[in-house]
Write a protein that binds this ligand. Structure first.
Ligand SMILES: CC(C)(COP(=O)(O)OP(=O)(O)OC[C@H]1O[C@@H](n2cnc3c(N)ncnc32)[C@H](O)[C@@H]1OP(=O)(O)O)[C@@H](O)C(=O)NCCC(=O)NCCS
Length: 160
């Protein structure tokens, strides 16, 4: 799927892209738009709700046993990274792999915008209708209807 996503046109072929994602085990809602080069890595679960938009070269990294839920009408912009886990090195020098790595669920709420080149870290929930400004690294939950930005992402303004 990742290989084919590299060569399909940027904004077209949406039915084929949705088919490919479903074939790869992703739960895909109705009228989802997926742009060129979007990648899904790992063996966790990914759910994309209705009318979700996923921009060019966005990346979902899913440890085994983890889950990413992108609720209806949310936007994941170009080159955003949503990552559920970590494979730390132990004191003996071996890397903890697969399910044994740290892992957790991420929820991108209804109508959220995760803008260009953001990083959403493991375990984070972004509340509905919030905006994560371009380039932010989100380390903690984001309240609904909130603009956050920066690294680590901090409150910028209430959007209600
Ligand atoms: C978040 C964004 C939409 C601006 O929203 P806005 O409501 O117009 O916010 P403002 O421009 O009024 O800025 C409000 C504050 O946030 C800060 N801010 C804006 N964008 C920021 C960013 N990306 N990172 C950190 N701080 C940011 C501003 O500097 C300003 O700070 P100040 O109050 O100290 O001056 C915009 O900055 C952004 O990130 N755009 C990304 C566009 C993009 O990725 N498009 C792809 C769509 S698919």
């Amino acid at each position: 799927m990742n290989l084919l996503m590299e060569i399909l046109p940027n904004s077209g072929f949406q039915n084929m892209k949705a088919f490919l994602f479903r074939w790869a085990g992703v739960k895909v809602g109705k009228d989802v738009e997926i742009f060129q080069g979007v990648k899904v890595q790992g063996t966790g679960e990914l759910e994309l709700g209705n009318k979700v938009f996923v921009g060019h070269e966005a990346l979902f990294m899913l440890n085994e046993g983890s889950k990413i839920i992108v609720e209806d009408e949310a936007i994941i912009s170009s080159r955003a990274i949503v990552v559920t886990g970590f494979h730390p090195i132990t004191p003996t020098g071996t890397r903890i792999l697969s399910r044994e790595g740290t892992t957790s669920q991420i929820v991108i709420g209804k109508g959220c915008s995760v803008l260009t080149a953001c990083v959403i870290l493991p375990g984070v929930s972004v509340g509905e209708m919030s905006i994560v400004a371009a380039g932010a690294t989100v380390t903690k939950d984001v309240e609904p209807y909130t603009l956050v930005g920066g690294c680590p992402a901090k409150f910028i303004k209430n959007l209600r």
